[in-house]
Write a protein that binds this ligand. Structure first.
Ligand SMILES: *Cc1c(COP(=O)(O)O)cnc(C)c1O
Length: 355
């Protein structure tokens, strides 16, 4: 099987794979509700969240949870400030346009961190929420939420966080950061399979939100029915089996801190090997997540050739998006990837360079 170095879906463990074979069940029967309750609780447990928070599960990829969060957490008179420094921030703007959510955009080039002076200036407007990406997978940048939320706090603004590619492996300080809701998915740092995503919502914040202009994506409907031991629509049951098992594995191995340590250790190995081959990272390694790193393609290297050579040797790497497509490549360390896999990858890269 190929080693997947793309940012999700990830290589799953044998244990998670086996869980996909559990019995067929009906989503209106108690055994499904037990499964749903188990997953909802385990998600909250990762960040030791209490009863003022709820995990809301839905069938769909990560974007569905982000779209559900933006459409379910705001009211008619709210004004969302969107911070863009990559594809996923820009996607949140698109969602707000489509759903006619009142918003302002603070745009940055993809290589840049969030400009706090500009942010402070924009917050002088009447802003209710900041929508932003925690780990911007476009570049691997981990946005500095502590600093951003400190400014948000001063203006009584809460955060809507896309944590799709950080949840379960990076620190998320729900209360300190004044988070209203955060969106995530089964198949990235949690090592499940694709098909289920979720939002963690602050119960008080979702109760205050009064705008509803979507049927399938309305988190209030999901929350209400899931709290009552139900589900509004058919959930992806086998995917929930896998997520339940992946969450168990996550917890047994020591939670988000251990997952971060594990990714960091592998990242260090990868970065030191690539540095010795004179590869240059796109952004400052101190500002990069533990999950994914972007490197400049060596001069005269064609991405497709590089990709295809590694694919023939069992490694799937990931291209850049937009303008970066011909300039960079990305490597993600989510999923069942070992140090030995990284060493083998480096050997193949050396082989490619010397061809
Ligand atoms: C992967 C990802 C998403 C969602 O992508 P899907 O393809 O819908 O799962 C959203 N935001 C970020 C930051 C991501 O990395």
């Amino acid at each position: 099987m190929d080693i997947l170095l793309n940012p999700g879906p990830v290589n799953i463990s044998e244990r998670v794979r086996k869980s996909l074979l559990r019995p067929d069940i009906c989503h209106r029967e108690p055994e499904f509700i037990d499964l749903q309750n188990s997953v909802r609780q385990k998600i909250l447990d990762i960040y030791s969240l209490e009863l003022d928070w709820a995990a809301v599960l839905m069938t769909g990829s990560g974007t569905s949870a982000v779209e559900a969060m933006l459409t379910s957490m705001v009211s008619d008179n709210d004004h969302v400030l969107i911070l863009e420094n990559g594809v996923y921030g820009e996607r949140m703007t698109r969602i707000c346009e489509i759903h006619e959510i009142t918003h302002t955009v603070l745009h940055h080039d993809w290589e840049c961190g969030i400009d706090l002076t500009m942010l402070e200036d924009r917050l002088k407007q009447d802003i209710s929420h900041i929508a932003l990406v925690h780990h911007e997978t476009t570049t691997g940048r981990l946005n500095d939420i502590s600093k951003i939320s400190a400014l948000a706090h001063q203006h009584n603004v809460s955060l809507l966080l896309d944590a799709v590619s950080s949840f379960g492996a990076e620190e998320i300080r729900f209360a300190d950061w004044n988070i209203s809701a955060c969106a995530a998915t089964a198949n990235k740092c949690l090592h499940g399979v694709p098909g289920i995503s979720f939002a963690i919502v602050n119960r008080e914040a979702i109760q205050q939100a009064n705008k509803t202009n979507t049927l399938y994506l309305d988190l209030k409907t999901y929350l209400h029915q899931q709290d009552q031991g139900g589900t509004p629509f058919t959930q992806s049951i086998q995917v929930l089996y896998a997520l339940d098992e992946a969450l168990e594995e996550h917890s047994e191995s020591g939670g988000w801190q251990s997952r971060r340590d594990d990714y960091r250790q592998k990242m260090q190995l990868l970065n030191s090997r690539l540095a010795s081959l004179n590869f240059i990272p796109l952004i400052d390694p101190n500002e990069t997540s533990c999950v994914l790193v972007t490197y400049l393609l060596p001069i005269k290297t064609d991405y497709q050739e590089f990709h295809d050579f590694l694919k023939e040797n069992g490694f799937v790497i990931y291209s850049g998006q937009g303008e970066l497509a011909t300039k960079v490549f990305r490597l993600s360390l989510m999923g069942a990837v070992s140090n030995a896999d990284i060493e083998r990858l480096i050997d193949r890269i050396v082989e490619f360079i010397n061809k």
